[in-house]
Ligand binder design. Structure first.
Ligand code: ZN
Ligand code: ZN
Length: 418
């Protein structure tokens, strides 16, 4: 064990929480003095939310407003509310968030809910409720996907999440293991987490720049259950690590992040793709996903578990059947290396190469933020109410980059960069 590890071992849990909060505000969000912050968290994440609030005020935040959610209360709606209410969402709340973002607020989400909260609830109600939220949230989400404001997502361990990940352990041990994994993958265990993040960010930027020089027309995937060609959008731009938001502030939207990603062409996906990890989606689990694409559109979708939820998901709108993101993550990423399945997209998507159904990020196109919806569509960027990442990478996946002249160049072999 080296000196760095020995020193960080001495930090108490409280100190580590504080470090995480500091990194979230300084590096993840890049909060500007005088800026408002809108935060969402579950009641189980109160300790981290309070640390973040403190760090935000220390960094000069003018006002921190946190919306807390409660799993138990969320379940009560499914058990006791009238059936017709599930097409309804708190539009006023999301409109309020959009209005806050437009007047300069930053956005921070603390993730870490129970990944199986809604697994036993009526799939129809779950699907309708998700759709209603997606619709109501759209104006606010657009400002985020267009990177008009600085935003970030961090995780808090919660008892339900820890229990889902470590069912064999006692609640205390499970929670401690999950916190340790969060601190490790978000580099909080390093001697200087802020510096470690700066180095990591620079590496991701370099990787993205190399792919941008190549300007591949398509990617070719081969692995068990996967034989797939994915065209990239015209004028696509690979991104990795942080971005400068429309408000001029530099933020790293996901902590952790290990991916470089871009916009695929919504009409240029052909072949079969098999998921390599289960997908935890809005409190339900979808396992064994296998999908066949023709001209960018899903024409066949199967899942060994959660088939109905998957079907509802891709029926959300036409764009839900097309791809909006393609991301490359080496199999040796620290998260993959942990060998853990987090049952949480923020972590699992950074453990494996993935693709996302639904909305594309306009920031992944040259000058994308200046284009109209019509111009974005003409370049191949997908449009949808949903954006759902699912993992297709493994140590058995080979990926080639296809040049404009239709020459295949090896990009990844057995899950690693060539
Ligand atoms: Zn991604
Ligand atoms: Zn994504």
């Amino acid at each position: 064990m080296d000196g760095v590890a020995a020193r960080t071992e001495e930090r108490t849990h409280e100190q580590k929480l504080d470090r995480l909060a500091e990194v979230a505000i300084k590096v993840g969000l890049g909060l500007r003095a005088g800026q408002e912050l809108v935060m969402t968290a579950s009641l189980d994440a109160v300790p981290l939310a309070r640390r973040i609030t403190e760090q935000a005020y220390r960094a000069g935040a003018s006002l921190v407003t946190t919306f807390y959610s409660d799993d138990e209360a969320a379940l009560m709606r499914y058990h006791f509310a009238p059936d017709e209410c599930f097409d309804h969402a708190a539009k006023w709340l999301y409109d309020g968030m959009a209005s806050a973002f437009k007047s300069g607020a930053a956005r921070l989400a603390i993730t870490g809910g129970n990944p199986t909260l809604l697994s036993n609830e009526d799939a129809d109600k779950v699907g309708r409720a998700n759709r209603a939220v997606s619709r109501a949230y759209r104006p606010a989400l657009e400002l985020i996907t267009r990177h008009e404001i600085n935003w970030t997502i961090v995780a808090s361990a919660t008892p339900a999440w820890a229990a889902a990940m470590f069912p064999e352990d006692t609640p205390e041990v499970a929670l401690a293991k999950l916190w340790e994994a969060i601190f490790k993958t978000t580099r909080i265990d390093r001697e200087d987490p802020v510096a470690a993040w700066k180095t990591h960010d620079a590496e991701l930027q370099k990787r993205a720049a190399r792919l941008n020089e190549k300007r591949y027309a398509a990617l070719l995937y081969r692995g068990p259950g996967t034989d797939f060609r994915l065209g990239l959008a015209d004028d696509h731009l690979w991104l990795g690590g942080g971005t400068t938001a429309g408000n001029g502030l530099y933020c790293i939207p996901n902590m952790p992040t290990e991916e470089v990603f871009t916009t695929p062409h919504k009409d240029r996906a052909d072949g079969t793709v098999t998921a390599t990890k289960p997908l935890s989606h809005q409190g339900t689990m979808i396992e064994g996903i296998q999908v066949r694409f023709e001209k960018g559109r899903i024409v066949e979708a199967r899942a060994s578990r959660g088939q109905e939820v998957l079907q509802k998901l891709i029926d959300t709108d036409e764009g839900a059947r097309h791809l909006g993101e393609v991301a490359l993550v080496p199999h040796s990423s620290p998260i993959a290396h942990s060998g853990m399945l987090f049952l949480n997209t923020l972590f699992d998507e950074n453990a494996a190469s993935h693709i996302a159904l639904g909305q594309a990020y306009s920031s992944c196109l040259r000058e994308g933020d200046k284009l109209t919806p019509e111009q974005l569509a003409a370049k191949g960027a997908n449009d949808s109410l949903i954006h759902v990442d699912w993992m297709i990478g493994s140590d058995k996946l080979d990926i080639d980059g296809i040049t404009a002249g239709n020459v295949a160049e090896p990009l990844m072999r057995q899950g690693e960069w060539v």
